[in-house]
Design a protein around this ligand. Structure first.
Ligand SMILES: Cc1cc2nc3c(=O)[nH]c(=O)nc-3n(C[C@H](O)[C@H](O)[C@H](O)COP(=O)(O)OP(=O)(O)OC[C@H]3O[C@@H](n4cnc5c(N)ncnc54)[C@H](O)[C@@H]3O)c2cc1C
Length: 512
């Protein structure tokens, strides 16, 4: 898909976003929804690429990502999640329905005790879904353009400078100025390097390969995921290979194309066979290098997505982490731009998102540790496998992989504070998630009271007041919900207007 935006008529924007990957595009949608002017500069001329399509372009969406898409009315636009609703049938065979893995060790739906996830109500969205990168980017691009975002493809950012009130970026022979710049330009982010963000972490243990090949003698390969003395290999579909070789990441090619001979040699080493490949259709490498920007903001420049954190794709969390960054940052940056942000709101982006990023990096490191071809790792692997076959073990793994327990530490208060609001439904069959589609804060007043309606009306349209009995058996009387769907304040008793006011002051309204 080519850029359909006419050339920009202005070079001044509220926000310039580097990179039209899923994170940059979703962030652009969030900012434009909040009426910011946004320019996306994207290096690639074309959106479409075989590596972004089935099967290599398939990504697992976690609960927070599914909720975010639902809350912006984007979920229904995606066809691939509907088609791959049961990936079990396509990727994994076996008597029990596998719904995820840790270091390749499967966990099964029938072992998970969802009653432990008390805050999930009957109308909750799916805990996880399969999506395709190309479709996600296509849908996000369509939404961004419809909201007035300007997009320039074939514009590789090469340099930048910032002053007290603006950032200027260089792309080819053009320069563009914005009040803010967000680097969503992926793992090798030029923005991160040019703005001198520190990127701290650990070096890789392996090179990973994804390749589409023709195999002369496929019977030499074992089915499923195989940990071997050389590494790991998996043939997910005939000819579609994923491999790991513990070489310290030495063979990672960057942009260099791989040859048939290289891929065959790796497959022979990791499988311990003399399997023969006759054709190489596509191949790419990756590693488990795990690094994270020590800060997500430097003056008027912010980072999100892979530009802010990289780790191995094991367990599939990078996209989810990035979409979470975008959902968290969009409304905060918009409020800052529009002069209505309470003190410290923008800095809460790093305070909330950095710890989650650090957890994901450790999650990926833990998987690498038990996949190593050493006796110690094999022993540990066997113990984890045993634990994952218990009900609590499977429930813990699913909760972590799907991000069920994701929450921010927003301090003391009702147990829902800092969590994603449960998707309460109302008598007219609408849900709280649908009410979040305009991207505004919500005050849900279950019983309906004049005092709360009047209080909300005092915020000049910044807080949408809704009232109505919820159909779920949850003891709640009022909830203040941030535009990203996170509960800022809640009560199951009488409303204390002072508490409510404090929450609004903290998240939503600048005090004079
Ligand atoms: C094999 C594999 C499997 C994975 N599986 C999963 C999974 O199941 N679940 C999951 O959550 N994650 C998964 N991931 C990770 C996920 O794909 C990434 O975390 C996600 O794509 C990051 O999105 P992003 O928008 O931050 O960066 P990217 O997708 O890398 O997008 C960055 C964009 O910036 C552009 N760009 C780069 N430099 C410049 C520049 N100088 N100027 C302008 N534009 C620039 C690029 O062209 C690109 O379009 C997987 C990754 C791999 C490699």
């Amino acid at each position: 898909m080519k850029d359909t935006t006419p050339p920009p008529t202005t070079t001044h924007y509220d926000v310039i976003i580097a990179g039209a990957g899923p994170v940059g595009l979703f962030l652009a949608c969030e900012l434009a929804l909040a009426h910011c002017s946004v320019l996306i500069l994207e290096k690639q001329q074309e959106l479409s690429s075989p590596i972004k399509r089935f099967p290599f372009g398939i990504r697992g969406l976690s609960t927070p990502s599914v909720e975010a898409l639902y809350r912006r009315n984007l979920l229904d636009e995606l066809e691939v999640p509907k088609r791959l609703k049961d990936p079990h049938k396509i990727f994994v065979k076996g008597p029990k329905r596998q719904v995820g893995h840790f270091a390749g060790i499967p966990f099964y739906e029938s072992d998970i005790d969802t009653t432990q996830w008390g805050h999930r109500v009957a109308g909750s969205t799916d805990t996880h879904l399969m999506a395709e990168m190309e479709e996600l980017e296509t849908v996000f691009t369509r939404r961004a353009l419809s909201l007035g975002v300007t997009m320039v493809r074939g514009a590789a950012i090469s340099g930048l400078s910032q002053s007290a009130d603006a950032v200027t970026v260089q792309a080819g022979s053009s320069s563009y100025t914005g009040r803010w710049l967000v680097g969503c330009d992926g793992s090798r982010s030029v923005v991160r390097k040019a703005a001198r963000f520190e990127f701290a972490g650990t070096e890789p243990a392996f090179t990973g390969y994804s390749a589409k090949v023709t195999i002369a003698d496929p019977e030499q390969l074992l089915p499923g995921r195989n940990l071997t003395p050389g590494g790991m290999y998996l043939q997910s579909q005939p000819g579609y290979l994923n491999m790991l070789e513990f070489d310290g990441g030495a063979a990672h090619q960057g942009d260099q194309p791989l040859t048939l001979e290289q891929v065959q040699a790796v497959l022979r080493r990791v499988s311990g066979t003399d399997v023969t490949l006759t054709e190489l259709h596509m191949a790419t490498t990756w590693t488990d290098r795990a690094r994270q920007a020590t800060h997500y903001r430097n003056g008027r420049i912010l980072l999100a997505g892979d530009a802010a954190h990289i780790h191995s794709p094991l367990g599939g969390q990078g996209l989810n982490l990035g979409l979470g960054d975008a959902m968290n940052l969009g409304w905060k940056l918009a409020a800052t731009l529009q002069g209505r942000a309470p003190e410290g709101l923008l800095d809460s982006y790093e305070a909330e998102r950095y710890p989650l990023g650090a957890q994901v990096l450790d999650w990926s490191r833990a998987q690498v540790a038990i996949m190593r071809p050493t006796p110690e790792a094999r022993a540990l692997n066997a113990i984890i496998r045993d634990l994952m076959q218990t009900r609590d073990g499977a429930t813990y793994m699913a909760g972590r992989v799907w991000g069920i327990h994701t929450h921010y530490d927003l301090g003391a208060g009702h147990p829902l504070v800092g969590r994603s609001v449960p998707n309460f439904s109302f008598a007219d069959s609408t849900t709280i998630g649908e009410r979040l589609r305009p991207g505004k804060a919500l005050l849900l007043d279950v019983a309906g009271s004049d005092s709360l309606a009047t209080w909300a009306a005092g915020y000049g349209g910044q807080i949408d007041y809704i009232t109505g009995g919820i159909q779920d058996a949850v003891a709640i009387s009022a909830v203040l919900i941030r535009p990203d769907g996170i509960v800022a304040w809640a009560t199951d008793g009488a409303v204390d207007l002072n508490e409510l006011q404090q929450a609004a002051d903290r998240w939503l309204v600048k005090r004079a």
